[in-house]
Design a protein around this ligand. Structure first.
Ligand SMILES: Nc1ncnc2c1ncn2[C@@H]1O[C@H](COP(=O)(O)OP(=O)(O)OP(=O)(O)O)[C@@H](O)[C@H]1O
Length: 976
């Protein structure tokens, strides 16, 4: 309908341009023209169908007459029909070849013409094509029906050529395709082009409209208008006409677009979705779908549907409606699909989110697990370290800790030769000329210059604790003069709480732990402090410190056979119960320590000092006794004598120090090589440390490094020495613990000792008084101890076999060893066998007798017999073999037997009876030896209660002992 409007408007525009009304035109001539055009079309089509040769009689634009005559023979028509439908006219009567063809087909007989025409008409009619009468070919004026038939045939042909879809139906309309051409042939080029453009525009805008009649009429109309005009006016007329037409066309187009927009809104209005979707096609402003997506989707849809944009703008509301509805449906479907996709994507995301959360939780748990495992791993490492240490302890290795001294105030802090690389490695920078550069040494611990006293001690603490558990412990400081030995063991000159050394801290730790355990174990702690100076052992716990006055103090004996850990029995042993006690004692000891001045260090100690702590613990529940001891040794400087450019006394001191340290090296080398003979006795120092170095104890050596380049040589030799020490295995440490059985036996022995002492003190008038080594505690509490011991002695004696004992009244001087045989404990005792004149008397009697006869002196040289002391483990009886009532036995030395037998060597001319197999001549020292254990148990004679200075016993040289007893008792131990 729009096209129709357009064409009418175009015609009106033409009329406007020409200034003429169509009503004025001659309709008849228009029709004639139209008929001619139709005829030409029919002729042209027939010519095309049958070919030029067959259609030689038919021109392209025949007159009505020519057209009728050319078809009169029926040959062209039949052939054309056969071309459309082969065999439609089976037999076509042709003109004889070579015959002169006459335009009217006279060459054929009339019958043949008729046959052809009739066959054609029959066949055409069967095909549903409108036919004409055969007579129409014979008379003029009837060609329009023939033209109509031919055009119908053409239409049928075109339908068939187009695929023959549906039912062919001839509408009687026809579009003269060649009309413009025809017109062009009669016009100038410019005019033709212009008109052609106009025509093509009109055609383009009406391509879907099949109203060719109106269009043809327009053409005819224009042609007619121009026919009477001058040639030169035609372009102007046509130009004006076309501009008008264009104007009209554009206006019409704009109106159309407007109408299309209105109608689309009308169509879309009922559904908001539709509205949105349609808008998507043009603009995606109001939608939530991205415009690029929408437009691309829209174009896809349009492509898919083979729609052009013009389809949406063509102004046909119905078509718009259906197309837009399709589009809306399509978009709705797409949106639904998108929604579904979005929904499933959201679900997927949610699922992924959950999954990630689960995985994160799992990872978190896993991480926690890993962190736990890491901390457990750390704990395991810690445990391993502890276990390693325990193994080391069990193996009995000497532990070696290394400490690097800092540069001292006033010293030029040059290049340090030593560096603690980690907790266990020290690196020494050696001069490049040695070609070594660096040397590494590894020890149990390495402390750098900044290590605090507390830090150093914390790694020593476990050893201290084990003293309370009944172990023997030895800690000694080794290093050249000025390297910090005294600093580590004692502290600096000016002591503060932070700078207290190992000695103080160890004892304060002992007190702290013993306090913690006081409900279950009762501990007694006592201290000895000695010094080895020029191979002489000196007691440092003397108040006057004057050795010249009491020279015997310079030659204290070291005994390694004592099982109670008191190797220097004659040195003062002072009970302590607090750190302040210890500090006071040590001050006394330090004052007494021989300190020399050398060129290397003014405060250099030229002696080895040793603080020995004895700890005895009694388990309040089981009654078992533990006994541990700890040597805290500050060795003299290890540098060689030639370095100290000393002479005279200092040289002698240095030589002694070097000798003892070199023996220490020898001992360690022998131990490392597991030699059967270890040269402990080659120096006092090694003798003192024998139990700690080779025995079943725990030993820790602190080596000290001076970081100064001048000290490098000594540093290296110190480290090499320490390296050797660290390889030594000592055998498993063992606690000194007495079972009640053993303890009972020992108490019985102690009772015997007490009895002997009483007898001795009665007969010898206190030969022990020559010894200064009395416990300060016992001095203050003598009478009480005496009473206790006597009553204890009596009660214990009853457990002995009376007969045996009476037969051989042997006095036990001291215990020496203990060992387990077949699960039983037996006691090795030092026995002084004495048969008095009233042999056969009980110890009490002896005791009473000795009290009465205080002038009795034992004939020391008369004892030479060995007695065996045997304890029957099952009955608990003790038997003495090889000693008779008439024997006078004196203890000399005890040897351990692998059996539960112990032999007591007797000495003297009066050997009666047998049994003794081994004799040894006692040394004077051995004869002098008195066990401090005895002293701790033996009551002091009243004469030695010298607190008021009224009574001072004489030593065997007739001199009064310069003891601190009573008179010089240090204030720190007062009251103890
Ligand atoms: N770790 C340290 N921190 C601070 N000062 C130290 C340290 N070690 C040692 N000193 C100081 O170095 C000097 C020498 O130390 P110390 O007297 O302990 O050496 P020594 O090896 O015992 O010497 P000697 O063999 O002569 O006894 C002292 O003044 C001491 O205070």
């Amino acid at each position: 309908m729009a096209e129709g409007i357009l064409q009418i408007d175009a015609a009106a525009a033409v009329e406007d341009a020409l200034g003429k009304s169509p009503s004025d035109m001659d309709l008849a001539s228009r029709k004639a023209e139209e008929a001619s055009l139709r005829r030409y079309g029919a002729a042209a089509w027939l010519r095309k169908m049958v070919g030029v040769l067959t259609a030689r009689d038919l021109s392209g634009q025949p007159s009505e007459e020519d057209f009728r005559l050319a078809l009169r023979s029926g040959i062209i028509l039949c052939n054309a029909l056969n071309m459309i439908q082969p065999g439609a006219v089976p037999k076509v009567a042709e003109a004889p070849s070579g015959s002169v063809i006459v335009p009217d087909g006279a060459a054929l007989s009339a019958f043949q013409y008729f046959e052809n025409v009739r066959n054609f008409l029959n066949s055409a009619e069967e095909m549903g094509i409108p036919v004409f009468e055969a007579s129409d070919l014979e008379q003029g004026g009837k060609s329009s029906r023939i033209v109509n038939c031919v055009l119908a045939l053409k239409s049928y042909y075109e339908w068939k050529e187009g695929g023959g879809k549906g039912v062919w139906k001839f509408t009687g309309t026809w579009k003269p395709h060649s009309a413009s051409k025809k017109f062009v042939r009669k016009s100038s080029g410019q005019f033709a082009n212009s008109l052609s453009r106009t025509s093509s525009i009109v055609e383009q805008n009406s391509q879907d409209v099949n109203e060719m009649g109106t269009s043809d009429a327009l053409h005819l109309y224009v042609r007619e208008l121009l026919s009477g005009k001058k040639q030169e006016d035609v372009p102007l007329i046509v130009g004006s006409m076309l501009s008008k037409v264009m104007e009209q066309f554009e206006q019409q187009l704009a109106r159309q677009n407007e109408q299309a927009g209105t109608s689309s809104r009308c169509v879309d209005a009922p559904s908001s979705n539709e509205h949105q979707v349609v808008e998507i096609g043009t603009s995606s402003r109001d939608t939530d779908v991205p415009s690029s997506y929408a437009s691309s989707e829209a174009s896809n849809v349009m492509k898919e549907k083979s729609w052009s944009k013009n389809d949406l703008r063509d102004g046909n509301p119905k078509r718009h409606g259906s197309k837009r509805r399709d589009l809306v449906e399509y978009y709705q479907r797409s949106i639904q699909e998108l929604k579904n996709t979005l929904h499933s994507t959201k679900e997927d995301l949610h699922f992924l989110h959950m999954k990630y959360q689960e995985e994160i939780q799992y990872l978190g748990k896993h991480l926690n697990g890993l962190a736990g495992a890491a901390s457990r791993y750390q704990k395991v490492l810690e445990e391993n370290r502890k276990l390693y240490n325990q193994v080391q302890d069990l193996k009995g290795n000497i532990r070696v800790y290394c400490r690097i001294r800092p540069f001292l105030p006033g010293q030029l802090p040059g290049l340090s030769t030593a560096e603690a690389l980690d907790g266990q490695t020290i690196s020494i920078i050696t001069p490049a000329k040695n070609g070594k550069g660096k040397k590494l040494f590894t020890f149990n611990k390495v402390f750098g210059p900044s290590a605090s006293q507390e830090g150093v001690f914390s790694d020593t603490q476990p050893l201290i604790r084990s003293v309370l558990d009944g172990y023997n412990v030895c800690i000694f400081a080794y290093g050249q003069t000025g390297s910090g030995k005294t600093y580590t063991m004692t502290g600096p000159k000016e002591l503060t709480t932070e700078s207290l050394g190992v000695n103080y801290r160890a004892l304060s730790d002992l007190f702290a732990i013993s306090k913690q355990r006081k409900d279950s174990i009762s501990y007694d702690v006592s201290v000895q402090m000695i010094e080895i100076y020029n191979e002489q052992v000196r007691d440092l716990l003397v108040s006057d410190g004057v050795n010249e006055k009491y020279p015997w103090r310079n030659t204290l004996e070291i005994r390694n056979i004592s099982q109670n850990g008191i190797n220097i029995p004659n040195a003062n042993i002072v009970p302590v119960s607090s750190t302040s006690d210890v500090i006071e004692l040590m001050n006394i000891g330090l004052k007494n320590r021989a300190v020399g001045s050398t060129s290397m260090n003014d405060r250099s100690s030229r002696s080895h000092s040793c603080v020995t702590v004895h700890v005895q613990g009694r388990n309040l529940t089981s009654g078992s006794i533990t006994r541990g001891s700890m040597h805290l040794v500050d060795l003299a400087g290890s540098e060689r004598a030639d370095k100290t450019d000393t002479v005279g006394d200092r040289l002698t001191e240095a030589q002694h120090i070097n000798h003892s340290l070199s023996v220490l090296g020898d001992v360690i080398a022998s131990l490392a090589q597991k030699q059967s003979r270890v040269p402990y006795r080659n120096s006092k120092l090694t003798q003192l440390l024998q139990d700690s170095l080779g025995g079943q104890s725990k030993t820790l050596m602190f080596i000290h490094i001076n970081p100064e380049p001048d000290a490098l040589g000594e540093t290296v030799s110190t480290l090499k020495f320490a390296e050797r020490v660290s390889t030594v295995e000592l055998g498993a440490a063992r606690a000194n613990k007495d079972s009640p059985d053993v303890r009972e036996l020992k108490e019985q022995i102690a009772n015997l000792k007490a009895a002997l002492f009483r007898k001795e003190s009665g007969s010898m008038n206190g030969s022990f008084t020559s010894s200064p080594a009395r416990s300060w505690r016992s001095i203050g509490d003598v009478s009480k101890t005496e009473e206790q011991t006597e009553s204890l002695a009596v009660s214990r004696m009853q457990s002995f076999d009376g007969e045996d004992f009476m037969a051989s009244p042997i006095s036990v001087v001291s215990t020496e060893d203990e060992r387990s045989v077949s699960g039983d404990w037996v006691v090795k005792v030092m026995v002084k066998c004495h048969l008095g004149e009233d042999g056969g008397h009980s110890p009490d009697i002896l005791h009473q007798k000795s009290r009465r006869d205080t002038s009795k002196v034992y004939p020391e040289q008369s004892l030479s017999k060995i007695a065996t002391v045997r304890r029957d483990n099952s009955s608990g009886r003790i038997q003495f073999e090889g000693a008779e009532a008439s024997d006078e036995l004196e203890y000399t030395e005890v040897e351990a037997s692998d059996e539960s037998d112990y032999q007591c060597q007797t000495n003297g001319a009066k050997q009666k009876g047998g049994g003794g197999t081994k004799a040894k001549k006692p040394t004077p020292n051995q004869r002098q030896m008195k066990s401090p254990e005895i002293r701790s148990l033996i009551p002091q004679p009243p004469t030695r209660k010298v607190g008021n200075g009224s009574h001072s016993p004489s030593n065997k040289n007739g001199k009064k002992p310069a003891t601190v007893d009573g008179r010089r008792k240090p204030t720190s131990t007062g009251g103890k």
